[in-house]
Design a binder for this molecule. Sequence first.
Ligand code: ADP
Ligand code: ASP
Ligand code: MG
Length: 403
Amino acid sequence: MALIVQKYGGTSVDGPERVKNVARRVVETKRAGNQVVVVVSAPGDTTDKLIAMAKEITSNPPARELDMLMATGEQMSIALLAMAIQELGEPVISLTGAQVGILTDGVHTKARILEVSCDRLRRELDAGRIVIVAGFQGVTCDNEITTLGRGGSDTTAVAVAAALKAEVCQIYTDVDGVYTADPRIVPGARKLATISYDEMLELASLGAQVLQPRSVEFAKLHGVVLEVRSSFNYHEGTLVKEVNDMERQMVVTGVAGDRNVARIAIYDVPDRPGIAKVLFEALARESINVDMIVQSAMRDGVNDIAFTVARDDLAKALEVTQKAKEEIGATSVAYDDKVAKVSIVGAGMITNPGVAAGMFACLAEEGINIHMISTSEIKVSCIIDEEHLARAMRALHKWFGLD
Ligand code: ADP
Ligand code: ASP
Ligand code: MG
């Protein structure tokens, strides 16, 4: 008997008919002779609506209470899905993150899973039940409810699969698998049969929201094979796993775009040791992730520093940067929240010089200006104006022969 973990995303449980559809698929898997644990997200755009409700009360909701509120979305889904499965005559139980024992750190709204306790899950499975687990949420050792960051149900599923040593972790969503680019933006995008953990991690981190980056990191660390597929058909999906070099053919595997980007610049920063430390340590203390950093060439003993953060973090990042400006004696701070990041990803880039140059040539041909650049062994990213993002993604997709 195999143990299978299935995760169904928000669109897949949006409304009673879709919940019943998921129930049928789960029951099929159980009746084929498997033990099944199901992780579900909040229905549709429930999480967005909950955040909007909080913002109607206060522009800056306390993170603990925001978690308390956001965690209710997933609780709706687990109860409704358990009811639908019961209707089909299968024994089932729904559990919150806390009831399972999904232990996290205390960083509200972006907590990290420390441990998943298997006792309750095993007991329920051994009693012949299907177990439905609320995604996206956990609990600290002080019994505080936390959430795992947007898209966090993917990570719940992988963590549960790793803890139970499941055969496979299936991620059911509203597209047929992982594509060479977001198929909603790039019509010529193709479904990949397999993709390596490293490439998937880059794509996810660079804005391909089909998987939460942390879930891919976790899967790689614990050797969990992920299967991304649609909950609306039975087409073959995409396997995310270790891929050896022999299997690689493409220099560029995919194109990603991210609109959750804002650029902050701090001007006339004195050019002496310790300045970057003051600024970036202050941002780190507030759990703000800084992505790209560019420092201009020095002139008259000062230079400018520009960096990017998630747009969600912009207000807080500006507050911190303003304070740091006083401390380090810079003259002014500016920001731009109408930028986006376009990236190309591919493990074959390391051995193929000229890939970055190709990207710049393509964007130049499109007349798209590049504000910032960053590269690693398997990706090149450019910050551009947000209005050009979709066009840039389509052009790059074609340029690198992915259409
Ligand atoms: P779920 O609610 O099931 O978690 P998400 O909306 O989080 O679904 O993720 C699925 C979406 O990810 C798709 O609808 C698609 O628009 C988007 N997406 C972005 N990049 C890619 C990609 N490279 N391949 C597939 N889907 C992608
Ligand atoms: N419901 C949460 C979100 O919208 C978690 C998830 O969908 O994975 O981000
Ligand atoms: Mg998601």
